[in-house]
Design a protein around this ligand. Structure first.
Ligand SMILES: O=C(O)CCC(=O)C(=O)O
Ligand SMILES: [Fe+2]
Length: 379
């Protein structure tokens, strides 16, 4: 899905497939005031209606993504015993290797899943030692766990630098789109606890039967401010619309997906959407299960940043929809669900959206693709 003509419709495309708008941000830095305002308007529309964008003109060359994908392949091709040695000492520590079928992402919003998610992952993120003088808590900024794989760390660091730069540029555009000074989010992100999760959806073991309950990655919203998502152009990723229907998302060649996280929904009192998404066991055009890779760069904000509704986003006489929280608390509640299996009871709004979703989906290898028609907006 997605439009190849740069159309930024805020509803469904003519064929009923929900459109993730393609937005070219190359004019942001040096564009005229009018060009920047037009871009901010496009981003605002996408943020209100879809919560996902496909960003073009991001300035990250194709070969940088290629080098990063090679590093990711080299890592996941390591023997399982070696990968398992790179697990964090406790699931609360969001670092290192996660084997297939250990997490349930839907527990991050408090919705139980019958089966563990298929994906395996490797996480790296901002370390306390990167911010000398700030005395940041190790629990939120744990040390990374690196494999001894030549070239892996430089390739991953380089991708973090590039994806992080794009995430920060997006927060400048977001501020403008919300009518705020361009640097509004800077004080919330000067020691941001960013994390890169490299995901691999391996071919299932021979003994594993794929039933309806088995997700590549269970339904969730992303926890932080904004996510920069690189993904193989292999079907699997789906987003939820406001009518409870799921829609396939396949990035256009050269585009990076950018999606909004919970903190933007909280700041804007749901004017902007932290869109529910999931990954089905990836399949090819004939419905056969295939391997798929993705990498989500989460720009999550300072652990001690207080997140409460922006003043202009609460209609007079009404209360904000979300209680104030801190980034650290919100993330810890989410991660306790997805990684440690302790069901998060603090996401009632997100849980209600998932419970209202239509659950039916075809088994891999059968006809039908779960595409619905006539969505109004996404959830
Ligand atoms: O694999 C994908 O396309 C999505 C991954 C994702 O949603 C995540 O890592 O949070
Ligand atoms: Fe996600």
């Amino acid at each position: 899905m997605g439009s190849s003509d740069g159309r930024t419709g805020d509803r469904a495309a003519a064929d009923g497939v929900l459109d993730v708008p393609v937005i070219d941000i190359s004019g942001w830095e040096n564009g005229t005031g009018a060009a920047r305002a037009a871009l901010a308007t496009e981003v605002d529309r996408a943020a209100r209606t879809v919560g996902f964008l496909q960003v073009r003109g991001h300035g990250i060359p194709e070969d940088a993504a290629g080098a990063f994908a090679d590093a990711l392949d080299a890592f996941f091709a390591l023997p399982m015993a070696e990968k398992r040695r790179l697990r964090a000492p406790s699931p609360d520590i969001n670092r290192g290797y996660t084997p297939p079928r250990t997490e349930k992402l839907s527990l991050s919003l408090g919705v139980p899943a019958a089966a563990e998610d298929l994906f395996e992952a490797f996480n790296v993120g901002a370390e306390a030692s990167s911010f000398p003088g700030l005395d940041l808590p190790e629990a939120h900024y744990p040390a990374n766990i690196w494999p001894s794989l030549p070239g892996f760390r430089p390739a991953v660091d380089e991708w973090c630098r590039r994806a992080g730069g794009l995430a920060r540029r997006m927060t400048g555009i977001f501020a403008h789109a919300l009518g705020l000074p361009e640097g509004h989010f800077a004080p919330f992100t000067d020691h941001s606890l960013d994390v890169l999760r490299m995901n691999h959806y391996p071919l299932p073991d021979r003994e594993l039967t794929l039933d309806r309950d088995r997700m590549g990655m269970g339904a969730h919203t992303d926890y932080g401010i904004v996510t920069v998502l690189w993904a193989d152009r292999v079907p699997g990723l789906q987003i939820l619309d406001g009518d409870g229907g799921w829609h396939d998302v396949l990035p256009e060649p050269g585009c990076l997906l950018v999606n909004l996280g919970d903190l933007l929904a909280r700041w804007t009192n749901d004017r902007w959407r932290s869109t529910m998404h999931r990954v089905l066991p990836p399949t090819d055009e004939r419905g056969r299960v295939v391997r798929r890779r993705s990498a989500a760069y989460f720009h999550d904000g300072n652990w001690d940043a207080e997140i409460s509704c922006l003043p202009g986003c609460v209609p007079p006489g009404t209360a904000p929809r979300y209680p104030p929280t801190t980034v650290g608390r919100h993330l810890a509640e989410k991660l306790a669900g997805s990684r440690a299996g302790r069901r998060n009871e603090n996401s009632p709004r997100e849980a209600a959206r998932l419970r209202a979703a239509r659950s039916e989906r075809p088994l891999p290898g059968t006809a039908g693709d779960g595409v619905n028609s006539g969505p109004s907006h996404v959830s």
